[in-house]
Write a protein that binds this ligand. Structure first.
Ligand code: SF4
Length: 362
């Protein structure tokens, strides 16, 4: 890893900002410096594509236009607005952060990187993005795109998440940010990573940084950034039971950390055949008759994969009110299924359940 001369830093800012001024995409969150709106967009964009986020962003801000509205909203409403975006802890953390801002800062967004970092769900990237874009502070905002561009331009040939590589990215970017409009520069870097400096086949000929880019000069852009060897996600076999009674189906609110607070069908890890699932249901006080196997579905989380086998069981009797309360469960009709927040992992089961309920097969 080399050290870049200070004069190069000025050139990088000038060339990148010049390019950004004419090439940038017109995105809704780029028309504001309101920290709340920028925060919402940054959290949504963390794991989700720009085109998908646009619709969610508008809907979210229409219903929850400021930090007080988010703090006051029922959690279920927030999760419903988030439905389909996945990684629901983002939405829950946003609401916790909004409540802290209201109770501790009188509803005013803290205008410093360090203070932003103390809020739930705000890590170095988001704090850097909000601090620079909304408040003009020279704080780097290093997401995957920025890591890739930085590794290539500065010629960082060490695993990009290693301490030395991270320190070099942070130091070099901070030095550049002190010489220019920090918010614009951070966004320009992200834009370059999202457009010309793609993971595969970067368009170096069209890139404003071509003459300053180490990887372009060395011809190894596609092999950067370097990654340390990763653990593959673990695959779990899951049995998913659509349990029906009199035109309704059982939904349970997850208590586990993964998908916490969202509604799922009754499910069991490890057991996927009807006989084993029937026994597990009985152990939980639910007597039911197997009606049909409904096929398989797969959902990939960050660290695990659920390989789900779907079954339809007819309950022999409805669960008691005490059972439902103890398990944070409801008997839901088709309208309830559409209204309650269900995770994307339940998409296939949800479709099967709606088909069963709406075709009167229960
Ligand atoms: S010159 Fe190529 S590798 Fe370097 S930043 Fe531009 S697009 Fe990326």
């Amino acid at each position: 890893m080399g050290v870049r001369a200070v004069s190069d830093n000025g050139c990088i800012a000038e060339k990148l900002l010049g390019w950004y001024a004419q090439a940038r995409r017109d995105l809704p969150w780029r028309r504001t410096r309101d920290p709340y709106c920028i925060w919402v967009s940054e959290i949504m964009l963390q794991q989700t594509r720009v085109e998908t986020v646009k619709a969610y962003y508008h809907r979210f801000l229409l219903r929850l236009p400021d930090v007080r509205a988010l703090a006051d909203a029922p959690e279920q409403d927030v999760l419903k607005l988030w439905e389909g975006l996945g990684y629901y802890s983002r939405a829950r953390n946003m609401q916790r952060a909004a409540r802290m801002i209201v109770s501790q800062c009188d509803g005013v967004f803290p205008p410093s990187y360090e203070a932003l970092l103390t809020l739930p769900g705000i890590g170095a990237y988001t704090a850097g993005a909000v601090a620079s874009i909304a408040f003009g502070l020279p704080t780097p905002a290093v997401d995957g795109n920025v890591k890739r561009v930085a590794a290539r331009v500065f010629g960082i040939r060490a695993p990009i998440n290693s301490k030395p590589a991270q320190a070099m990215v942070a130091q070099t970017l901070t030095a550049i940010l002190q010489t220019c409009d920090a918010g614009q520069f951070n966004q320009a870097l992200m834009e370059l990573g999202a457009t010309l400096c793609a993971p595969r086949a970067p368009q170096c000929d069209a890139c404003p940084l071509c003459s300053l880019c180490d990887a372009s000069r060395e011809g190894d852009a596609e092999s950067l950034p370097m990654q340390a060897a990763k653990q593959p996600p673990k695959t779990l076999d899951m049995g998913v039971c659509i349990l029906t009674w009199d035109g309704r189906t059982l939904l349970l609110r997850r208590q586990e950390r993964l998908l916490h607070g969202l509604y799922v069908f009754w499910l069991a890890e490890g057991d996927t055949d009807a006989y084993g699932l029937k026994g597990l249901l009985q152990e939980e006080g639910l007597r039911a008759t197997h009606r049909a196997a409904l096929g398989e579905a797969t959902h990939v989380f960050t660290h695990r994969i659920w390989r789900m086998t779907l079954h339809h069981f007819l309950l022999d009797a409805p669960p008691s009110a005490a059972w439902l309360a103890a398990h944070d469960a409801v008997l839901a009709d088709a309208r309830d299924i559409r209204a309650l927040p269900l995770p994307t992992a339940m998409k296939a089961a949800r479709q099967e359940a709606l088909a069963l309920l709406e075709n009167g097969l229960v």
